[in-house]
Design a binder for this molecule. Structure first.
Ligand code: MG
Length: 404
């Protein structure tokens, strides 16, 4: 038996080229020049994740055989006894993705080949069209259609449709104010306008972002039926998933859910009971490629398709991991795509590129993406970027705190 390749060094690299803190894990090995990269990005608590990796997982893993991804995942997840949660899961994800990257490099294969091979050449993606008015959203949708996009998410005025004329009590606390009733009414008008102007030959999506009371979300889902959405996303908060059974009985608008999930018991009942149509977990926040591929297989058995979370607070390495799972999954649905800037592509050579409506993986071994560490160091993370943004402090007109 040949000598195993072992983990010799683990480093977290913190970088913020777009003022969104990203957490990258680099695993170095006993094989000279062989390393792997993973995404452990939890932008809002990035130092907590980095500490979990540097102070706890690194000493736990030095000397381990890099080939044993499954055992390393299982033991990292339970090594603190208390498990799951976004900090532990992201820390484990950084390790997990880096080990898949290494396994691909050792095998001389892209990760999608290790996962069963391509089921399609590229992943269809959706972009976000927002705007302050119906015509502004329409213009942005037409713009994406001209670029070849086949799926477009439409929002008006951001999440919860923020509007200026909110009447709040004196002394109301600061926050991201929104009016749930105005938002729900405007959203129906938005999709009526879009179907009347751009027609039905384009898939349209919408993200409620938990901004409605459950019964209001059910009413919105019913009212949107004539406009044939590809899916309605995060219509309910994770704490209120039991309402999905009622939504299912009331409306045929397809349901996408899961970007906030961190525990298998959150998704299991929704899939088993066929209450959702698309699973859209944030892959690093459930623990990496290893649990995501298992989740994709579970979903396949129930005809639930994948639509992994793909915002700017997933690093390009995380986006590459999404893409390898996308193209190797029979039940792939659609991939959210954030549109990497030139700066991001310089820091992360090999960042996947959008052509028409599709993102194509490259055929390099592993995840096919690298990091220019010298350049990354020019964009240090700032804790202020992680805490100053008020978008997560959602409030209703009377000043009450709401799920963001
Ligand atoms: Mg979302």
């Amino acid at each position: 038996m040949s000598k195993p390749i072992t983990i010799t060094k683990i480093r977290t690299i913190l970088t913020s080229p777009e003022k969104i803190p990203l957490v990258i894990v680099k695993i170095e090995t006993s094989e000279p020049g062989l390393y792997g990269l993973g995404c452990a990005t939890f932008t809002q608590r990035y130092l907590a994740v980095a500490t979990a990796i540097d102070e706890y997982l690194t000493p736990f893993l030095i000397g381990r055989d890099v080939s044993q991804i499954e055992d390393i995942w299982q033991t990292c997840m339970t090594s603190a006894y208390w498990r799951n949660g976004p900090i532990t899961n992201n820390a484990v994800s950084g390790i997990d993705m880096a080990l898949w990257d290494i396994k691909g490099k050792v095998a001389g294969m892209p990760v999608y080949d290790l996962l069963g091979g391509k089921t399609r050449e590229a992943a269809a993606v959706y972009r976000h069209a927002d705007g302050k008015s119906l015509t502004e959203v329409e213009d942005n949708v037409r713009n994406y259609m001209e670029q070849g996009l086949l799926y477009i998410r439409c929002q008006m005025g951001g999440y919860g449709g923020r509007i200026d004329q909110i009447k709040s009590p004196e002394g109301a606390l600061p926050g991201a104010y929104f009016d749930p009733h105005g938002y729900a009414r405007n959203t129906v008008k938005l999709f009526e306008h879009m179907r009347n102007t751009v027609g039905h030959d384009i898939e349209l999506l919408h993200d409620v972002h938990e901004r409605l009371a459950p019964i209001e979300a059910i009413r919105l889902s019913k009212n949107l039926e004539p406009y044939r959405l590809f899916f309605l996303e995060d219509a309910l908060a994770p704490e209120q998933v039991d309402w999905f059974a009622i939504m299912r009985n009331q409306s045929s608008t397809p349901v996408a859910m899961g970007e906030l999930f961190t525990h298998p018991q959150e998704w299991l009942p929704l899939i088993q009971n066929r209450l959702i149509d698309f699973i859209r977990c944030h892959i690093s926040t459930i623990g990496g490629i290893t649990p995501a591929k298992k989740l994709a297989h579970l979903c396949e058995a129930f005809s639930v398709r994948t639509a992994w979370h793909g915002p700017g607070d997933v690093s390009p390495i995380g986006h590459a991991a999404n893409l390898h799972i996308d193209v190797s999954s029979a039940n792939f649905g659609v991939q959210e795509w954030w549109g990497p800037s030139d700066k991001i592509q310089e820091v992360f050579p090999g960042t996947p590129i959008l052509k028409g409506g599709y993102v194509y993986p490259n055929d390099k071994p592993g995840l096919g993406i690298d990091i220019d560490e010298k350049l990354a160091a020019q964009f240090p993370c700032d804790n202020k970027d992680a805490v100053k943004d008020m978008w997560t402090t959602a409030r209703t007109p009377d000043g009450g705190a709401w799920r963001p």
